[in-house]
Design a protein around this ligand. Structure first.
Ligand code: ATP
Ligand code: MG
Length: 385
């Protein structure tokens, strides 16, 4: 009896010609995520098997796999010799904590195994009842518990009860490279996770207003970046000093357009960094109408300064829906730590809700936009997470 982990991929992505490309990429990411552990890796058709690890690493390996984009489900399993007595011996203790209803489901790929699947399910079900019959009843339609037996062609059988949901989506690197505008808030880490889930390689850009925002605020963003990078198979964070640009806007432009102007600079700088470091798109955590800077007009104004596609995966989300994901992926606790973001510095009392493009351009013409951008770009801190 050997502890094994079954990893499944979603078949939908694997129908076409790209099948081997996806599978090879995913294999690479699984091995990278498990770097430092000892294990054997077996590739089956739509599944992978992992075994040969140290027992005490078992839970840690499963936790790592839960963050690999492209994995749809994970099952902790046992592998035994395909022999009735061996299967029974392994299966019975696996049902020890069960109560209510159950069924046994068998898949027999090895047709030389003497007992047909329905018959084996019935027999093992009977064996389970003979031990735990007091607490259990069979229900083949809607059971509370299921024991699955998978008789493989190589003479071994996999037995498992649990199917853990993985991230789903596609392996990182199969959908281009996006530059995530990462603030210290709740939304942008979730936006990054969502694009990573679709297979996008991520880099991130943070705008920092030292000394208005302190070292702790930057550390918070680094922590958030690390949490996102667990899903994105690593990530580089570019920290841009934004103070000078903010001061220039504050000094020379209309107060109510402060945030609109800042957003336009952030977008331009992010696009330049993406162009320099191989990115093809920008990702933000914006959600339509959430705040003044996220109205249709504000988004139009910030969008119009860049040519790259801008992905806003949260655009139609309510805050509570975003929080739900932030909690699930483990970024929420860090996001709500009370450090200032650069956008709270020089925050206007009455920000423009529907900024007019003509007015924005006129106000912006008071600034030397290009040299402010060049200066910011000349002093970017690069952190590999
Ligand atoms: P978040 O929770 O992501 O901070 P938010 O609801 O607070 O979002 P805003 O502060 O208006 O919204 O920011 C909108 C988006 O602009 C963010 O999701 C993020 O992508 C980007 N952004 C805002 N501030 C910064 C920053 N300091 N550095 C990088 N990107 C930023
Ligand atoms: Mg914010």
């Amino acid at each position: 009896m050997k502890k094994t982990i079954i990893i499944r991929v979603c078949e939908i992505f694997l129908k076409g010609k790209n099948r081997f490309y996806f599978l090879n990429l995913l294999e690479e990411h699984i091995k990278k995520a498990l770097d430092g552990f000892t294990f054997n890796f077996t590739k089956l058709q739509m599944r992978y098997l992992i075994d040969g690890f140290d027992d005490f690493d078992y839970e840690a390996i499963i936790e790592k796999l839960k963050k690999v984009c492209g994995i749809h489900t994970i099952s902790p399993a046992y592998s035994v010799e395909s022999d009735y007595e061996k299967i029974k011996e392994c299966a019975i203790p696996m049902c020890e904590d069960w109560s209510g209803t159950f069924k046994v489901e068998t898949n027999r790929a090895d047709k030389t195994f003497s007992i047909p699947s329905v018959e084996l399910s019935r027999q093992i079900g009977g064996d389970i009842l003979s031990v735990y019959g007091k607490n259990l009843q069979v229900d083949v339609k809607k059971p509370q518990n299921t024991l699955r037996i998978d008789i493989r062609e190589n003479g071994t059988t996999l037995i498992y009860t649990e199917v853990i949901k993985g991230v789903g989506g596609m392996p990182i690197g199969s959908s281009g490279h996006g530059f995530l505008m990462l603030s210290g808030g709740i939304d942008s880490p979730v936006a990054g996770y969502m694009m990573a889930k679709r297979g996008m390689k991520l880099s991130s850009v943070h705008f920092h207003s030292y000394p208005y925002t302190g070292e702790a605020a930057k550390e918070k963003v680094i922590t958030l970046g690390k949490l996102v990078s667990e899903y994105s198979a690593g990530m580089t964070l570019y920290v841009v000093k934004f103070t000078k640009i903010q001061e220039a806007i504050h000094e020379r432009c209309a107060e109510d357009l402060m945030i609109t102007m800042m957003r336009r600079f952030m977008m331009r700088i992010t696009e330049r960094l993406a162009l320099k470091y191989g990115g093809q798109s920008i990702i933000t955590g914006e959600s339509l109408g959430q705040v003044a800077s996220q109205t249709m007009e504000s988004i139009t104004s910030s969008n119009s300064v860049v040519e790259m596609p801008v992905f806003r995966p949260l655009i139609a989300f309510d805050k509570l829906e975003t929080i739900e994901i932030a909690e699930r992926i483990g970024t929420y606790e860090t996001s709500i730590l009370p450090y200032e973001d650069c956008c709270t510095v020089f925050l206007p009392k009455y920000p423009a809700i529907k900024p007019k493009m003509e007015r924005i351009l006129k106000e912006e013409s008071r600034l030397d936009v290009e040299s402010l951008i060049d200066e910011a770009l000349s002093n970017v801190e690069i952190i590999r997470l």
